[in-house]
Design a protein around this ligand. Structure first.
Ligand SMILES: NC(=O)c1ccc[n+]([C@@H]2O[C@H](COP(=O)([O-])OP(=O)(O)OC[C@H]3O[C@@H](n4cnc5c(N)ncnc54)[C@H](OP(=O)(O)O)[C@@H]3O)[C@@H](O)[C@H]2O)c1
Length: 389
């Protein structure tokens, strides 16, 4: 019988995993390490996340199936709670996903994951430690089709400290824990849910909508974006966690060369979903040279009167820097293991738009990602937003 330790249960992907897994009646026990004052508060935090996927009654019923261990994964090596000892699998999702959190992000993601790995060494029945990284550890100079084995690379140029912390984590895990059964899954960009649309989360969806409203792209409409929905990521992670034999230790969870979406297809999906806005004429612009033009256009469309919209302009510039990279992530390994390919964002964009709040409201939901670093660091990856956009 599987006993799965899950970190990050209160987050977007953690909620999607639990919604997928708890709906199935099997013998699996889910043990969630949650930051909370006590078990009941932890359960209610998870139930609140599950309510984004289902009705409140079902969310409560599902949350009752979970064993809650109050705690912080960054000090897991000092957490001698015996409920952790018998775990057979770990799905490690928890992370600080802020882009400019500086030292705090590195400490949480790198040092914290190593603390969890040390705790895992004292789990005698452990069969798999599925660490969730990010495909963006490839940095800004990667080829347009990124292969799993090329990264982490010591010379990768990171746009944000978050990806640098995730790359360092993978390196340290493989160097320091060769005895652990670690598998790494690297999702690409997670946007929406293929049937519930924006209800579970509107994270990053606002970026696509802002680009559509601005009618500006920092790249050709023929360039691609590698986006996957949260429910597909959840199902695939659950599969990778439990599949007895895996051929590799690293997997992209991505749409890959055959499933990636051209910006032209994203634009066409907007035209289909919101026909009253008519045929879109996009302007391709240069992120460095045309800063003033972007600002002017942004002010026309969203206004720049309050702190939220000013923060949104900075975040839009930063996301545009990622869009301009034109990256896709090879997924042949995943497909060869028998997993279904991800649905294209163009195929479920309409579902996402159908239950979307306003673009600015959706950005405000994501605003924690753009909180500034609490301490100054000299790392190039921690340069202020404006410097990279
Ligand atoms: N979303 C994407 O587009 C994407 C793409 C590629 C990779 N990923 C990776 O997928 C994983 C999950 O992402 P997500 O989008 O679901 O993130 P998320 O919504 O930001 O959730 C982060 C989760 O981590 C938990 N956490 C953070 N610090 C913690 C700590 N010190 N102790 C215990 N829990 C802690 C949070 O708990 P609290 O609720 O207590 O804060 C929350 O449950 C991350 O590792 C991320 O790097 C995400």
């Amino acid at each position: 019988m599987a006993r799965i330790l899950l970190t990050g249960a209160t987050g977007l992907i953690g909620g999607a995993v639990l919604h997928h897994a708890l709906g199935r009646d099997d013998d699996t026990t889910w043990v969630c390490l949650v930051r909370c004052a006590g078990v009941e508060q932890g359960r209610q935090r998870i139930a609140a996340r599950l309510e984004r996927f289902t009705d409140p009654f079902t969310a409560q019923r599902l949350a009752r199936k979970i064993e809650i261990v109050p705690g912080d994964f960054t000090s897991a090596d000092r957490d001698m709670d015996p409920r952790l000892d018998g775990c057979t699998h770990i799905l490690h999702l928890a992370a600080d996903t802020s882009w400019w959190g500086g030292e705090r992000v590195f400490k949480t993601n790198h040092d914290g994951t190593l603390a969890l790995a040390r705790r895992a060494q004292s789990m005698p029945d452990l069969q798999r430690f599925l660490h969730v990284g990010t495909a963006m550890i490839c940095g800004a100079d990667a080829p347009s089709l990124v292969e799993e084995t090329a990264y982490p690379a010591a010379d990768a140029r990171h746009i944000v400290g978050y990806t640098e912390s995730k790359a360092a984590t993978e390196t340290s895990l493989s160097e320091q824990f060769p005895d652990l059964p670690i598998i790494v899954a690297r999702p690409s960009i997670v946007v929406g849910h293929s049937t519930l649309g924006a209800a579970p989360s509107s994270s990053i969806l606002w970026v696509l909508r802002a680009a559509d409203a601005l009618r500006m792209l920092p790249c050709s409409p023929e360039s691609c974006v590698d986006i996957v929905p949260a429910d597909w990521v959840a199902e695939t992670l659950a599969g990778l966690l439990m599949k007895p034999d895996l051929k590799h230790r690293l997997y992209h969870l991505s749409s890959g060369a055959t499933g990636r979406t051209r910006w032209a297809d994203v634009i066409a999906a907007f035209e289909k979903a919101e026909p009253t806005d008519g045929i879109r004429a996009f302007r391709q612009f240069d992120l460095d040279r045309d800063r003033a033009h972007l600002r002017k256009r942004f002010a026309e469309v969203f206004g720049l009167k309050d702190a939220s919209t000013r923060a949104m302009l900075l975040a839009t510039r930063a996301y545009y820097a990622f869009c301009a990279l034109d990256l896709s992530f090879a997924n042949e390994r995943l497909i060869a293991e028998g997993f279904a390919p991800a649905p294209s964002i163009a195929s479920y964009l309409q579902v996402c738009l159908a239950n979307s709040a306003s673009i600015v409201e959706q950005f405000v939901d994501d605003i924690e990602m753009f909180a500034p670093a609490p301490v100054t660091t000299s790392s190039p990856a921690d340069l202020p937003l404006a410097a990279i956009a």
